[in-house]
Design a protein around this ligand. Structure first.
Ligand SMILES: C[S@@+](CC[C@H](N)C(=O)[O-])C[C@H]1O[C@@H](n2cnc3c(N)ncnc32)[C@H](O)[C@@H]1O
Length: 266
């Protein structure tokens, strides 16, 4: 391949044939689905999607890779290659009133930003599922249940928007060039929980940031530090939550109950 790799764009291309099929398989039957692929690269996953999906929209920032794929799929109108930064793409407009799925061996340097972008689209109801490969340590944080060491703001935020399955982990040798880290594939089934838990998305997202601001602090100290009046905390603290609890120990149900009790805005 004549392509010059751009390490800054997270270009570690998947070369394990079994793995690229397993990633596509994780989205299930795609014959009636539109799939948005993030960072198609040389098309390791795109080639499989093109055979299986009703429609594929692949978003690639690297101009020469986008040109390579545009040429390769020039006679397959159901495969659209868009040269763009995924963080600037309008996913809701691309979905065009359908519920679409997302797939991607992500550029790891912007994993969190991509997740936040997907969550915003999920609140618009346009996303079904996503199968995403990311650095193993990040995947462990995303999928950790409360009370586990890895559980934190990223876990709580993700789990407000989606059910998360940790599917499998790949060694660096599955890629060319091999990255320095192991990689894990997660499947997200988007099902935002805000209405069910009686909270508003923007306010509760901001509240979670306050709750998890400093891991070493108790939850009530984090809230005080964020400017919540101590009397408000003392008089509204739900009885089921221990006064010295840390945010990392609490379920989303408990955090939502606390948010409702404190009626914290923004
Ligand atoms: C880890 S590689 C995966 C490539 C291919 N899907 C594979 O599995 O072999 C990440 C890809 O994302 C692309 N990329 C990096 N930053 C991007 C961005 N902001 N928007 C869209 N694509 C991006 C890179 O150019 C690269 O092709």
């Amino acid at each position: 391949m004549s392509q010059i790799r751009k390490p800054k764009l997270g270009q570690n291309f998947l070369v394990d044939d079994h793995a690229r099929h397993a990633i596509a398989d994780a989205l299930g039957d795609l014959s009636q689905r539109t799939v948005i692929e993030i960072g198609p690269g040389h098309g390791a996953i795109t080639d499989i999607l093109a055979l299986r999906a009703k429609r594929v929209i692949a978003l690639e920032l690297d101009r020469s890779l986008a040109a390579e794929l545009t040429f390769r799929f020039r006679e397959q109108p159901h495969v659209q290659i868009v040269e763009t930064d995924v963080l600037k793409a309008d996913l809701v407009a691309l979905a065009a009133d359908e519920t679409v799925d997302v797939i991607g061996n992500l550029p790891y340097y912007i994993t969190s930003d991509i997740l936040l972008k997907l969550f915003a689209a999920a609140t618009q109801g346009v996303l079904g599922r996503a199968v995403l490969m990311m650095q193993r340590e990040v995947a462990e944080r995303v999928s950790a249940p409360p009370g586990i060491r890895d559980y934190g703001l990223l876990s709580a935020t993700t789990q407000m928007y989606a059910e998360v399955d940790n599917l499998f982990t790949l060694p660096p040798t599955a890629f060319n060039p091999p990255p320095d880290v192991y990689s894990t594939v997660l499947r997200l089934h988007f099902a935002p929980r805000f209405a069910e838990l009686g909270v508003d998305a923007a306010g509760f997202d901001a509240f979670l940031k306050k709750c998890f601001a400093q891991k070493r602090k108790t939850l009530s100290n984090n809230l005080r530090f964020a400017g919540v009046v101590p009397e408000t905390i003392a008089s509204n603290w739900p009885p089921q939550i221990a006064p010295q609890a840390r945010a990392e120990q609490l379920s989303l149900e408990d955090l939502a109950a606390l948010y409702r009790a404190l009626r914290i805005e923004g």
